[in-house]
Design a protein around this ligand. Structure first.
Ligand code: 9WN
Length: 457
């Protein structure tokens, strides 16, 4: 075991530096706050992402939970306004008073082609990884522990959101895993949250865009170094999938049959395990009768993730359902078993060693020992481009939290310490060049600030 307690694991920042960084993080989230009617939400980034994104909202709520449970709860409430009749939580809830992002709500045309979509607020027609129950549990626990809310108020809010989360989980467990394989199916890489990761290069090779309605990218107006964003060809494919989804009227059965990108996502599935466990705990606390059902989902998806592990590399592999085969490209998603747990001790140790070892976080040429979104020897690696190599603080947070949950506290603490070291510059980058440590993409990214807040408060 090479990942035991070695050297000084204490956080690299002095007490005043920690306090200053936490204050800056809270300030970033406050500045990114926006309103749409009665709803208050946080833009993921000041200009690049002007609406509310699904998994970003959950991370923001985690970050805010120790600062203002009321504001954290409002973040989740704002997102839930967009829930579809099927139970799906859409990946974007559009603010009616903000522009500057493409694709806009009109391009998705959800409520025009599908009765399950709400008319207001307008939303996108796909979802993102289901981390919301983890956030709700965190808000309730933090509010009670810090005495910021009375237990009655905390449980009162939990009672309101619980049925919505249950519908969300039932949607995923049925519509997104109809054959009960224990893996969530996605029809767009935006659903996986890791849009242009090399893990999707194989499935995207089969996406052949037909004639597309004209469009103008707006992301590259905000991140002017286009090399840090997906390419134009990748955007054509993203937009083509939107056309295919529209043609399928956002009907899950049709999408599964017709959309040219269709994958089973191990990382989202592993997160779903953790979220089901959190929701089951909430069910017990609230006296709701669904804990056994949620435990069954957790067990099913854990089995699905663990069955996807490649015995040679030890990494979990997504399945390209159009090719009918697992994908082989190593990316950070391969560490999904660390998120869902359930491995025997020696397999877990092997995977933690791999994560912290020279092929990944421990690469001797890296600025800091942080896991890249793809390793330098992976096909399609690019140290500055989006999900093709940079380190993402929010992914480090997910891994560190899961390692902590599963007893790997030394490894968790090493990741947290390295991440805080890289974030101490106060840029709150969306992602970072693993070799130079340079912040990339947007600055003042809300979920980066949120994980800093969580680590420091
Ligand atoms: C498309 C908001 C979102 C994140 C995603 C990240 C990026 C959007 C984009 O930004 O995706 O959904 O326009 O690039 O990939 O994970 O939720 O921060």
């Amino acid at each position: 075991m090479t990942h035991g307690v070695e050297g000084d694991l204490s956080l690299p920042l002095t007490e005043p530096a920690r306090a200053r960084l936490a204050a800056q993080a809270a300030w970033v989230i406050a500045r990114n706050e926006a309103r749409d009617g009665d709803a208050v939400f946080t833009r993921p980034a000041p200009s690049l992402y002007p609406h509310q994104w699904s998994w970003d909202a959950a991370f923001v709520a985690v970050g805010l939970s120790r600062v203002s449970p009321a504001r954290a709860a409002a973040e989740i409430d704002a997102l839930l306004r967009g829930q579809w009749r099927t139970g799906m939580l859409p990946h974007i809830v559009y603010a009616s008073n903000a522009g500057g992002y493409f694709p806009d709500a009109r391009r998705w045309a959800c409520s025009t082609v599908c009765d399950d979509a709400p008319r207001s607020p307008a939303t996108s027609g796909i979802c993102q990884p289901p981390v919301h129950a983890l956030a709700v549990e965190r808000v309730v626990d933090a509010a009670r522990a810090d005495g910021l809310w009375t237990p009655e108020r905390a449980d009162g809010w939990a009672h309101c959101v619980y049925p919505r989360l249950l519908r969300w989980h039932r949607y995923l467990a049925s519509y997104r895993d109809p054959e009960e394989a224990g893996l969530l199916v996605s029809y767009h890489s935006w659903e996986t949250g890791m849009d242009n990761s090399p893990r999707w290069d194989g499935p995207f090779a089969r996406v052949l865009p037909g004639p597309l309605p004209a469009y103008q990218r707006q992301d590259v107006d905000h991140v002017t170094d286009g090399a840090q964003r997906p390419s134009d060809l990748e955007y054509d494919r993203y937009l083509w999938l939107v056309e295919e989804l529209k043609r399928a009227r956002y009907d899950d059965e049709r999408a599964r049959a017709e959309v040219s990108f269709c994958v089973a996502d191990v990382f989202a599935s592993a997160l779903f395990v953790a979220a089901n466990e959190a929701l089951a705990r909430l069910a017990v606390r609230l006296g709701a009768p669904d804990a056994a059902e949620l435990d069954e989902y957790a067990a099913r998806f854990r089995a699905g993730v663990l069955a996807s592990v490649d015995p040679v590399s030890g990494l979990a592999r997504d399945v390209d359902l159009r090719a009918g085969a697992p994908t082989g490209t190593p990316t950070i998603a391969g560490f999904a078993p660390l998120i869902c747990g359930g491995m025997d001790n020696s397999s877990r140790t092997r995977l933690v060693d791999l994560l912290l070892g020279p092929g990944w976080a421990g690469n001797p040429d890296f600025r800091r020992p942080l896991p890249p979104s793809a390793p330098p020897d992976a096909p399609g690696f690019d140290q500055r481009c989006y999900w093709r190599g940079p380190t993402w603080p929010v992914v480090t947070w997910l891994l560190a939290s899961a390692l902590g949950r599963h007893g790997e506290t030394a490894a968790a603490s090493r990741l947290r310490s390295a991440a805080l070291g890289s974030l101490a510059d106060g840029a709150f980058g969306e992602y970072y060049d693993p070799f130079t440590g340079e912040p990339l993409g947007s600055r003042d990214q809300s979920w980066t600030a949120a994980v800093v807040l969580d680590w420091l408060t």
